[in-house]
Write a protein that binds this ligand. Structure first.
Ligand code: NAD
Length: 550
């Protein structure tokens, strides 16, 4: 069974309250064909990141949400609704735990076994927690990363440089746009032609080529003219990167967003067409993982060679270094991950991927919210530049949405402002506010968000759990705990948060609490690890951290 899903728009609701309706619309929105990568299989993004375990569970979630009272809470265990309890009106309407395995069993082999038996689902980050908003969700983070890279290495702009990457999936599709927004040229290698076409349709990518000669010619011309251009090149990165090295074309920046975190479903071994890969995956998964891991090792070898040749090389959070290391590439971790290199300073101020979605379906609501952000944060130049570019260049996928990286204090302010706009009618229907799990205080992931922490606390998972617990206590609308997002089984624990602004006083209280405790956890986590900026931010904003040194 499979259904074509789009989220309902407008003011008429199917559920017994806006919070339940919001969860239903966001579940549907995650599976809108404009939003999801493979909606017929319930796959939203990031390899096999799903919104519900199977179609039966999906329908049971829908029906439960429609019947759910305003003082009840539904529990989701890896994409399946397992219980409803009476709680209270300021408690979450949904609590989710996705893909969590006991540590000793936390590997893909065991997960895949359980998945096959129908006992588990991979929730990725925002797929299983119903707050994925298409590639826009990742564009600003990617834009910020390349902007920081440009300031550190190229005087503030990528103009006149060529970036090489691979993977144009749900997340990776943001790379070409982020590079061109920073005025650079991008060559993006992608093995699946339909993904290249999808990025062109949604205006994230400029054009498609089938040969390296064409890619070199177009990239060279644009670079020399100082023009921004993004090129989707059909091919396999494990092969093409080495060919680029052989031919000596100058590459300034190298990264990667194939779904290397999942060697069985996320990476295509060299020499295989998509069809051949699909056949082998089904017929002999062990052989498949062996071949794809070998290809990844070769891929990382090329990245290391680019680094030796002077390119700026970084890992973009897909765990490809770990796979290569396990395959014997001893220097795989010689190039850094993007968080310690470019993002951690933002995390220390509680800054992260705040996002909101207009349940009305009306793009004018997002425009009004954008204007409100300009009014509230007139000195935040990066934010203003982002909003201008986003309004001009981001095509909405599914329900209209906006992402904006905001810090401690800013998030609560914006959340309350949105609630007031809903109450006054300036925004025509309730708004869902949430974030990625990749945030300052919500994730433990030693090869990504918590790589190289100052005090060596990379693998401490308590912080992610505390984040979910405090956001539940503070009254989020749906709160989730996941395992294995971004970097795969065994490598991460993380928590999600969504809170609905429906214009009521109940919502105002909860928004103020959740949008304070959530980024506050980021400051507490980084202050505890000894980061000066986090300690200063905590003192400046009065975040109460009992053992913080005076
Ligand atoms: P996705 O599965 O939707 O897309 C991956 C793409 O890689 C697919 O289009 C696939 O065809 C392509 N691909 C696979 N093997 C290839 C090969 N050998 N050569 C060329 N292309 C190949 O995944 P996604 O949502 O785009 O995420 C990509 C990766 O980035 C994941 O590992 C994800 O966990 C990670 N990630 C990064 C961030 C971040 O902030 N940077 C955030 C979340 C996730």
């Amino acid at each position: 069974m499979s259904r074509k899903i789009t989220a309902k728009r407008g003011l008429e609701i199917e559920c017994k309250g806006w919070e339940q309706e919001a969860a239903l619309r966001m579940l549907h929105n995650n599976l809108d064909p404009e939003v999801a990568e493979r909606p017929e299989e319930l796959v939203v993004y990031g390899g096999i990141g799903k919104a519900a375990r199977n179609w039966e569970a999906f329908e049971a979630i829908e029906n439960t949400l429609r019947a759910l009272e305003k003082d009840e809470t539904m529990l989701i265990q890896s994409g399946k609704p397992v219980a409803v309890f009476r709680t209270h009106e300021e408690a979450p309407r949904v609590l989710l735990s996705n893909s969590v395995l006991v540590p000793k069993w936390a590997n893909w082999e065991h997960f895949n076994e359980l998945d096959k038996k129908g006992l588990m689902m991979y929730g990725q980050m925002t797929a299983g927690s119903w707050i994925y908003i298409g590639s826009q969700g990742i564009v600003q983070g990617t834009y910020e990363t390349f902007a920081e890279l440009a300031s550190q290495s190229f005087g503030g702009s990528l103009k006149g440089t060529v970036t090489l990457t691979a993977g144009l999936g749900g997340m990776g599709g943001a790379q070409p746009l982020a590079v061109t927004m920073n005025e650079g040229v991008a060559i993006c290698v992608e093995v699946d032609e339909s993904r290249i076409d999808k990025r062109i349709e949604t205006k994230y990518l400029d054009l498609k080529v089938h040969s390296l000669d064409e890619a070199f010619r177009l990239a060279g011309e644009a670079r020399d003219a100082g023009e921004a251009l993004s090129i989707g090149l059909l091919g396999n990165a494990a092969e093409i990167h080495h060919e680029i090295l052989r031919r000596g074309f100058k590459i300034d920046v190298v990264t990667d967003q194939t779904s290397a975190h999942d060697p069985l479903n996320g990476y295509v071994p060299e020499g295989f067409s998509l069809e051949e890969a699909a056949k082998l995956r089904e017929a002999d998964p062990v052989e498949y993982v062996k071949l794809s891991s070998e290809s990844m090792a070769k891929h990382v070898d090329a990245m290391l060679e680019f680094r030796r040749n002077g390119s700026v090389v970084f890992d973009y959070g897909n765990n490809i270094r770990q796979v290569a290391f396990d395959e014997g590439v001893e220097d795989a971790f010689d190039f850094p991950g993007f968080v310690p290199a470019y993002i951690r300073p933002l995390f220390c101020e509680g800054k992260g991927p705040f996002r909101f979605v207009a349940l009305s379906g009306d793009p004018e609501d997002i425009k009004a919210a954008d204007d409100k952000m300009r009014e509230l944060f007139p000195d935040n130049e990066k934010l203003l530049r982002w909003l201008d570019m986003a309004q001009e260049r981001i095509a909405f996928q599914g329900l209209p949405a906006r992402i904006a990286w905001l810090g401690y204090g800013e998030r609560a302010k914006m959340g309350l402002a949105l609630n007031e706009m809903v109450a006054s009618g300036e925004i025509s229907a309730p708004v869902v506010i949430g974030r990625d799990h990749l945030d300052s205080g919500s994730v433990a992931s030693p090869n990504r968000e918590t790589e190289s922490m100052k005090d060596g606390s990379d693998a401490v998972g308590d912080w992610a759990i505390l984040n979910a617990l405090v956001n539940t206590a503070a009254g989020g609308s749906w709160i989730s705990v996941h395992h294995g997002g971004g970097v795969g089984m065994g490598y991460s624990l993380h928590a999600g948060m969504v809170v609905v602004a429906d214009g009521t006083e109940n919502a105002a209280r909860r928004l103020e609490r959740v949008l304070t405790s959530d980024p506050g956890m980021g400051i507490a986590r980084h202050a505890d690890a000894g980061y000066d900026t986090a300690i200063d931010t905590a003192k400046e904003h009065g975040v109460n951290i009992p053992m913080l040194e005076e």
